[in-house]
Design a protein around this ligand. Structure first.
Ligand code: FES
Length: 143
């Protein structure tokens, strides 16, 4: 039996986390191939629906990575994203999927090391949590 390898979707702001991920790659700071990066113009563009849809479509964990609070190019986009992640996290807890499956993180464009560390730690956390129950439920329904 194959070990569980989680699928992680990372919504990454192009001003910081996306560049940091790129830097991590080019400097040889490894992070798991499990992390699928979606470039967004600002984390403020990531809606609760995007987070829920990622989980519904098979992600085991969803990361939202934005600029540090106070550094958002659209003023409060990262703050709004943080609130949405918090809301979805509480919702996931209530419906028994696990609020830890979504996470907000902050970094600057030069912090490739931070991106690599967060990606590694989050992937490990989700690996320990196991597969997204929505995925398992969908599998049972299809069987
Ligand atoms: Fe980076 Fe808003 S511009 S989070």
């Amino acid at each position: 039996m194959r070990a569980f390898e989680p699928i992680i979707v990372a919504f990454a702001c192009e001003y910081c986390a996306y560049t940091a991920a790129d830097m991590a790659g080019s400097l040889g700071m490894s992070y798991p191939p499990n992390v699928k990066i979606i470039r967004v113009p600002c984390t403020g563009k990531v809606d609760t629906l995007h987070l829920m849809r990622a989980l519904q479509k098979g992600a085991d964990g969803v990361l939202v990575a934005g600029c540090y609070l106070g550094d958002c190019h659209y003023k409060n986009g990262n703050l709004r994203a943080q609130q949405r992640v918090g809301y979805v996290s509480r919702l996931l807890d209530e419906i028994g999927i696990g609020g830890e499956r979504v996470m907000m993180t902050f970094m600057s464009a030069g912090q490739g090391n931070v991106f690599a560390q967060v990606a590694n730690e989050f992937t490990e956390k989700i690996r320990n949590l196991g597969p997204n129950p929505v995925k398992l439920g969908a599998g049972k329904a299809a069987a």
